[in-house]
Design a protein around this ligand. Structure first.
Ligand code: MG
Length: 463
């Protein structure tokens, strides 16, 4: 597989002949480019970068190259070791560091790894900064430090505990209510660092009965690590068998959260944020934000509380930018990514768990009953392969014209809102495809809407 470079980092598969993939050479070049960008853009006297990794098998190998590259530039490294993406984000600001690198390919299978880049606010770097890092990497315009000015290395394993402590201190996290409910939980952490953080968090919330599935952080993912229903069958079965109140699944770097109800049904990844937003908006006044490909149920919930909803372009960096602009009190992405700005501006499965369980405890409902309080929407996710010579921008403009009497959003591709659903057409940044996401009141309607739009596009280009 090729190495995929983008403004938010690089990712690729391990192994190969050196021409492609995430090779040691590519890792060194990219880590050096990020370090050079830090040296250029930070005003602090002695530059520091925080790093951490998920538990994937290649993590230790990648870590060594990243540390050496940064040290060679004269940058001090604080290594959190096995950690989570949100924990590294928070450590960057806690330590007043100049940036951060998370070594994780998120929900991708174990062959993959990646470097995710953070600015000094512990947030993903902007498009402008990412472009600059890519440029430095391409030109290899590095200036390594002389021997007496090499960077230092320090290990700090305390940040998962600090992260949990900050979650417990949030006024909306109701430890008393959770403890009183004596919840039984089953967790699936795909043998990554959720296996460290999630049991610690649940114990701190007063949950004593925890069944741990795949919670040894050795990187041997027992199934595809994306927390989608088809990958959570064992968890669902175990929840029923143990008569548990909730099943909890996180992805390898613990920024996505999916829940399973007590009857083994999926709470649904899209509905993690919906439920948490319902809880937060019931207690705090302010807007909710998610990306254009997320469920309409969040808008419904925001309106129920008399609050505004805004949709951003896809990508965490875009969601965060809009949340700041609209002073949102809750936001995130439909794929189980909860962003609660009172803690920090990053998707965080741990704060998601604490807020969800507070909501569940206070509601007095079973998890399946709580799920039923939200409007049912169904999504369809399809794609159109692009061949040479197709001007997709022109097609999107024509579609916009055709549907001009409906609510249109062109901030990221084309989204058209109908009374009973929506469609979002978006050109992929990494593959020659257009993603076609739709949502409606039934799966059949969502599929039909997507197929109708796809056939209209195909007839336009005569392919
Ligand atoms: Mg992730």
């Amino acid at each position: 597989m090729p190495l995929i470079t983008s403004i938010s980092g690089i990712r690729g598969t391990i192994g190969g002949n050196g021409a492609d993939g995430l090779t040691p050479v590519a890792i060194a070049r990219f880590a050096s480019a990020f370090g050079t960008w830090v040296l250029k853009n930070s005003k602090s006297k002695k530059k520091r970068v925080v790093i951490g990794r998920d538990a994937r098998i290649s993590g230790e190998m990648v870590r060594g190259i990243v540390v050496s590259s940064l040290n060679a530039l004269g940058i001090d490294v604080i290594d959190l070791g096995l950690s989570t993406t949100p924990t590294v984000e928070m450590a960057v600001t806690d330590l007043k560091a100049d940036g951060g690198i998370i070594i994780t390919a998120s929900h991708n299978p174990k062959e993959w790894n990646a470097l995710k880049l953070l600015n000094r606010n512990g947030e993903f770097i902007s498009e402008k900064d990412g472009t600059e890092v890519l440029q430095i990497a391409k030109q290899e315009s590095f200036s390594f430090a002389p021997v007496h000015h090499l960077g230092s290395y320090k290990r700090d394993n305390s940040f998962i505990q600090k992260h949990i402590k900050k979650i417990l201190a949030l006024p909306l996290v109701d430890v008393k209510a959770i403890r009183w409910k004596k919840f039984k939980a089953v967790i699936d952490c795909v043998n990554s660092t959720g296996g460290i953080a999630v049991p610690l968090l649940l114990q701190s919330l007063g949950i004593k009965q925890i069944t741990k599935l795949y919670s040894i952080p050795d990187g041997n993912f027992p199934h595809n690590p994306e927390p989608l229903p088809e990958n959570l069958k064992v968890l669902a079965k175990e929840v029923r068998k143990r008569k548990a109140d909730i099943g909890i699944a996180v992805d390898p770097d613990v920024d996505r959260l999916a829940l399973v109800c007590e009857d083994g049904s999926m709470f649904g990844e899209e509905y993690t944020l919906v439920a948490v937003a319902d809880y937060v908006l019931g207690k705090e006044k302010g807007a909710a934000v998610s990306n254009l490909s997320s469920t309409r149920a969040l808008r419904d919930v925001a309106e129920k509380h008399g609050q505004k909803y805004f949709a951003s372009a896809v990508g965490e960096v875009n969601v965060v930018r809009m949340m700041k602009e609209k002073k949102a009190v809750i936001g995130g992405e439909g794929n189980g990514g909860v962003i609660y700005p009172k803690l920090h501006y990053g998707r965080d499965a741990l704060v998601g768990i604490a807020l969800f369980l507070s909501h569940l405890a206070i509601s007095g409902k079973k998890s399946s009953e709580l799920r039923k309080t939200y409007p049912d929407y169904f999504m369809s996710k399809k794609k159109i392969a692009l061949t040479d010579g197709i001007d997709i921008d022109k097609i999107l403009r024509a579609m916009r014209e055709r549907y001009s009497k409906f609510e249109i959003n062109t901030s990221d591709g084309l989204r058209i809102d109908f009374s009973d659903g929506w469609i979002h057409l978006r050109k992929s940044n990494t593959e020659p495809i257009v993603r076609v996401y739709s949502e409606s009141s039934s799966k059949k309607n969502a599929d039909e809407l997507a197929e109708k739009i796809i056939s209209e596009i195909i007839s336009m280009v005569n392919i």
